[in-house]
Design a binder for this molecule. Sequence first.
Ligand SMILES: C[S@@+](CC[C@H](N)C(=O)[O-])C[C@H]1O[C@@H](n2cnc3c(N)ncnc32)[C@H](O)[C@@H]1O
Length: 202
Amino acid sequence: MAEAFWSRHARRYDRATLALNRNFAAMAREVAERVRDLEVLELAAGTGLVTAELVGTARRVVATDLSEDMLAILRGRLASIGAANAAIQTADATALPFAEGSFDAVVMANLLHLLPDPAAALREAHRVLRPGGLLLAPTFCHGETIAARIVSRSLGLAGFPIRYRFQAAELTALLRSGGFEARLGGVQPGWLPLGMAEGRKG
Ligand SMILES: C[S@@+](CC[C@H](N)C(=O)[O-])C[C@H]1O[C@@H](n2cnc3c(N)ncnc32)[C@H](O)[C@@H]1O
C-alpha cells in the first residue's frame, strides 16, 4: 500500500528528492510566490519541502498527507521555522474532508504520477476550490527524457510506487479533464524533470 511505502522511506525522502531534481527548491519558491496572501490547501505535503516555502507567503496553509510518518517530519520542519499560519491534518487527496469552495488555492506537488486514479484527486481539488481558485501541480515527469525513463525504471525496481510516466505536456490535458483551465508554466530540468502544471477553476 502507498502509505506504507512513504512511511518506510520518510526519513530518506528529502535527500533523495533533492538529488532527483536540482531545481526542486526553485520550484518550491515559485509555487510559494503564486500563492502569496491566499488561503492554501496542500495535498500530499510529505515532509514539507514545499510547505516550508508556502508558509512564508500564504495567508494560511492547511498541509495534508496520507502518511503520518511524513507529516511527523513536516511538523518538525514547521516548528523549527516557527510557522504560525499552518495547520497539519491527515487526509486522502482523493476523498477530502473539506467543504466545497473552502480554499483560494490547492497545491499538489508530486502526487498525480503516484495515484491509481489521478482524476479523483483533481475532482476533489476542483470541489474544494472557490470559483476562480488556483491549482498548482508541479509533477515529476518520469517520461519526459530518456534519462528520466532510465532513472524511473531503477526507482520502479527499488519499489517506488510510480503509476504514470508523464511527459510534461500531458499534464495540461489531465488538468483539463478535471474541469480546470490549464497551462504548463515550464519545466524545471533535472534527472526527473518537474512539469509546472497549473489550473484555474472557472
Ligand atoms: C513524492 S511525495 C511528495 C511530497 C511533497 N509534496 C514534495 O513534493 O516533496 C508523495 C507524497 O504523497 C503522499 N500520498 C500518496 N498517496 C496519497 C493520497 N492518496 N492522499 C494523500 N497523500 C498521498 C505520500 O504519503 C507522500 O508523502
